[in-house]
Design a protein around this ligand. Sequence first.
Ligand code: PLP
Length: 407
Amino acid sequence: MVFDPYTWRKDFPILNRILPNGKPLVYLDNSATTQKPSCVIDAMSRYYSEYNSNVHRAVHTLSSEATDAYEGARKMIADWFGLTDGNLLFTSGTTEAINLVAHSWGRANLSKGDAIVLTEMEHHSDIVPWQMLAEEVGVEIRWVPFDKENFQLDMGAFEISLEGAKLVCCIHTSNVLGIRNPIEEIITLAHNVGARVLIDAAQAAPHDRIGISELGADFVAVSAHKMSGPTGIGALFVNTETLTEMKPFLGGGDMIREVFLDHSTYQEGSFKFEAGTPKIAEAIGWAEAVKWLSNIGFESSHAHSIKLARKVADAFRSIPGMTVLGKQDNADAPLISFIHDTLHAEDMAQMLDAHGIAVRTGHHCAQPLLRSLGLASTNRASFYLYNTEEEADFLIETVQKLIERFS
Ligand SMILES: Cc1ncc(COP(=O)(O)O)c(C=O)c1O
């Protein structure tokens, strides 16, 4: 079936926006965050205008409505991600999810001299928490490089790095290269040596139906805002065996069973890790997003957006002086990082903005990756299911004209 982005585009009010310079918005910064359909905005607004209340704590009508909606959202999101056996802990996003693992599992299970394995492709959110832990506890961080020509992880180096490792942390799909890593193989190899595995699936969740339980990683981190959901919420999926090895993260209300003057006892399961008033409106909005997404054939929407990315990448590769990263293979994220020899990334982004085109510029929170390629910054155009072929063509034409004129 041919995928028609115009059918779904209508649900996003922001995509009709005319910018202050009079140009229609061409939104190509979807890897940073996607736009939200009206149903998500309306569901959150309905919570605040009709049944705003705290959850889990009171017996009044509003509280039970809010609790039902919040716990219903957890169930709907867990189902969307194919969680048949395990736990969904709400966090503020991928960053908090990984920090939670470093604090709750890392501090309880890693000690001086233990090794953890990271890749050079990681986002800063999967680097800095481990460096903080390394500084505090004295764990060794081993880095897996990637091939600078074909952007594949060096699996030979990965296997060598596994010796005696306690934890492997790997980005599922790179936010700079778009490359989807061989996650299944990585999980199997790591488990064969008894290491736990954390997968940063922030860029996979918008394009790939990740079956969390089938995947079998010990930890998987995602953010709602990259898949049509609201900002401020995400999840850490943890299998039950690993959850029992984790100490609480934040202490406070809702995560306790009983509090005495000299000690406290804790709730079981996810609740032990969700202290304080949770992200109620956000969970409701995220559940609405997955309900909306479930009307869309994920495979055909991804095929559409990767086709746009590939078209742009091919056109850019024929421009003299242009470097285009990644491969835009079928399973990759639909994004293109590009940089021209003579037109600085920041200047390019500003000139594109003058034409209404929103792209990302900078190190994309992946400085080690860019440094390993000898780069400080790139432009990144990233596509989502509502982007159209016209928008891709407009990006190509505009970049070609800018380069002819200014380089
Ligand atoms: C691969 C990857 N990991 C982690 C993050 C951090 O996500 P968040 O800012 O939602 O916590 C991002 C966000 O850009 C990302 O692309």
